[in-house]
Design a protein around this ligand. Structure first.
Ligand code: MIC
Ligand code: SF4
Length: 648
């Protein structure tokens, strides 16, 4: 039986385990990336593991999230990250060079290799034929120390794209269609592998738009073949030598098939407040718009912004719309400046932001109260923009640009003839804003400002867990609900005691205070608990506040691993109506844990109601060992010091 692309890359990197869907495997990691909002914790953890320098082929540290410097915190963290990169043998992409995923696609991604990133949108490099996976910072720190990455062998879904996209249909509309069909839970435990004659109409940045937003399916990753289009992109980046052709075998098999006829698609839009709340633009056209944000790692490539410039050329942004544009990288911005497109954008009234994440994660440009904001990013979770009651809609660059002119949600097909933008033969390659690590950095001192606090310490799983239900939440709780981002809170990412005070504050502002007063407790959740980002702070803050377990109907992959990594127990209800029965304030007792984990027969006594619930876990043997050891850091310290190097 032939192999698909995903299976080929896994087989070439398999360190442990059987390639049977659902079984835990270990992968050798070739490259890692970190960004600054998760990177401070990751390098503190790498330092604690105790390996002098990284054991990967390549590790890159990006500054792209905490770029709004209001107060000393972010600038201090940037200095810490720059010193950590030099000390540990990591490339350092300076503030202003661009968003991690855009720059990694341009400068470092290699078909057929594995990439582990401390950001959920790491699968962006799947657009180049990499197996690129998002994970918590501690998993990335372990990978930098040469430790393999453990993940459940994924099912592989073949998304077959047929025909040529209809006029004005963008790559963004394709991934919005996949989300509409499969939902934010549809990709759990799966890799989405794109094939079909339709992929020949998609450039690498367009493929990357699709693999980037595959994160919103809850997918382990997403990937395209590496073909002639890939080679051309790498050649344009002066990296043709990195090209490797990577195609599925003709007789490759898949666990699921999704067929999409691109000629039947039309511009789509995700309505507040979920990326899978997708309808046709035509169905909501005419709604007044207050803000348009064009940017983010999903849509801020050269071709994206050239299309926007062509639509806006000679026009003026509507007087009641604020149009903000954040180019994805310095390379993109330089290209637009060189060919006059930047002048066209400024001439039309666009507000040009620096090459960074910015508004996407609430770092600047928050909309007005109750404002309607059209965004080319990938998440519209409630409150993420920094304005609690703003309504965020997710669209393509074309829909965003058309709407900025009219002041209301506008179908780009109203603009007439589609815009044709060609990929340049050569990009203006200039890596001077990427600092390579020195030959010997071991004597470099880490620069720790007052915002860098010591790592919280997890403890081994106790025999018994008891405590009150501190909070009960419903389905699809995101990491933005658990640990909000935004300029003010994101700046506290290296300061767990401070950031913990914001845990769940958009759900229940009393949570942190009550948790501390109660000496900790238990959180109860619904389906897909912890969907969204890789931020391990969504586990670190509950750890700091004394939360010992989360009992949910089901978990998102990255967040469940982050809970385990910091010694918090993720349990699942066996019976739905037990979720209904349990109430905030109930006192729960879970006994015999260390014995019953292996047998997976765990009972939860609700001492308040006198009921007992059966719960289960989906932990692997290794994850159980991590919980018993007191978290991944202790578990890896014991192994990495002793074990021979996995990667070298
Ligand atoms: C996001 O888009 O939510 C983020 C901010 O990039 C996160 C990482 C973080 O929380 O720092 C992600 O996607 O993992
Ligand atoms: Fe940055 Fe937004 Fe991409 Fe996250 S989704 S990496 S915040 S641009």
């Amino acid at each position: 039986m032939g192999r698909n692309i995903t299976q080929k890359i896994i087989a070439a990197h398999l360190v442990e385990g059987e390639m049977v869907p659902g079984k835990e495997i270990a992968l050798r990691i070739d490259q890692t990336l970190t960004q600054d909002a998760t990177g401070t914790m990751a390098y503190l953890e790498f330092e604690a593991i105790g390996i002098p320098s990284v054991r990967t082929e390549l590790s890159v540290s990006y500054i792209d999230h905490n770029t709004l410097q209001v107060g000393f915190e972010n600038a201090d963290d940037h200095r810490f990250l720059q010193s950590a990169a030099a000390k540990f043998g990591v490339y350092f992409s300076r503030m202003g060079n661009g968003i991690c995923h855009q720059v990694h696609l341009e400068r470092f991604g290699v078909p057929g290799k594995t990439l582990l990133g401390s950001d959920s949108h790491t699968p962006t490099c799947g657009g180049l034929g990499m197996l690129a996976i998002g994970a918590g910072g501690l998993d990335v720190a372990a990978a930098m120390a040469g430790y393999p990455f453990y993940v459940k062998m994924p099912e592989v879904v073949n998304v077959r794209l047929h025909g040529k996209p209809a006029p004005w249909v963008a790559a963004k509309d394709i991934i919005l269609e996949v989300l509409r069909r499969l939902s934010v839970k549809g990709g759990l435990g799966k890799v989405m592998e794109y094939t079909g004659d339709g992929i020949s109409y998609l450039s690498v940045p367009e493929r990357a738009t699709i693999t980037n937003m595959g994160a919103e399916l809850g997918a382990t990753s997403s990937i395209f073949p590496s073909d002639e289009i890939t080679r051309k992109f790498l050649a344009a980046q002066d990296r043709e030598g990195d090209f490797v052709e990577l195609l599925p075998d003709p007789d490759a098999e898949y666990d699921q098939v999704v067929d999409i006829d691109l000629s039947e698609l039309e511009p789509l839009i995700a309505l507040p407040h979920m990326p899978d709340n997708v309808v046709k633009v035509a169905g909501v056209a005419g709604q007044k718009v207050d803000q348009v944000f064009i940017g983010s790692c999903t849509n801020s490539s050269y071709t994206d912004l050239m299309r926007v410039a062509a639509i806006l050329k000679g026009k003026m942004v509507h007087p009641e719309v604020s149009l903000v544009i954040a180019p994805g990288s310095r390379q993109v911005l330089k290209s637009l400046a060189a060919n006059g497109a930047l002048a066209d954008l400024v001439d039309a009234g666009a507000r040009i932001l620096e090459c960074a994440c910015g508004p996407c994660v609430g770092v600047g440009q928050s909309p007005p109260s109750g404002g309607v904001s059209l965004r080319t990013s990938n998440r519209n979770f409630e409150g993420r923009s920094g304005t609690a009651d703003a309504k965020i809609y997710l669209v393509s660059c074309e829909t965003a640009a058309a709407s900025a002119i009219t002041g209301k949600i506008t179908d780009p097909r109203d603009l007439g003839e589609p815009i044709e933008v060609t990929m340049p033969e050569k990009f203006p390659v200039d890596d001077r804003m990427i600092i390579p690590p020195p030959e010997h950095g071991e004597n470099i001192e880490l620069v720790r400002g007052p915002n860098i606090k010591p790592l919280p310490v997890a403890s081994p799983l106790p025999e018994e867990i008891s405590g009150e239900v501190l909070l009960k939440v419903g389905d699809n709780i995101t990491t933005d609900h658990i640990m909000p981002a935004g300029a003010k809170i994101l700046a506290l990412r290296s300061n767990i005691p401070a950031i913990s005070m914001h845990a769940f504050e958009r759900v229940d502002a009393t949570f942190a205070g009550r948790a501390l007063a109660a000496g900790g407790g238990i959180v109860v959740g619904g389906l897909n608990y912890g969907q969204g980002s890789s931020r391990e702070h969504a586990a670190l803050a509950p750890l700091y506040l004394g939360v010992k377990a989360v009992i949910a109907k089901s978990f998102a992959r990255i967040h469940m691993q982050n809970l385990v990594n910091f010694g918090l127990l993720p349990l699942m209800f066996e019976h739905e109506d037990d979720f209904e029965d349990i109430q905030p304030g109930d006192r729960l007792v879970i006994e015999g844990l260390r014995d019953n984990l292996a047998a997976n027969t765990i009972k939860v006594l609700n001492a308040t109601r006198g009921n007992t619930y059966s719960v289960k876990h989906s932990l692997s043997e290794r994850q159980i060992q991590i919980l018993l050891a007191g978290g991944l850091l202790k578990y890896v310290q014991a192994r990495v010091q002793g074990e021979s190097r996995v990667n070298k």
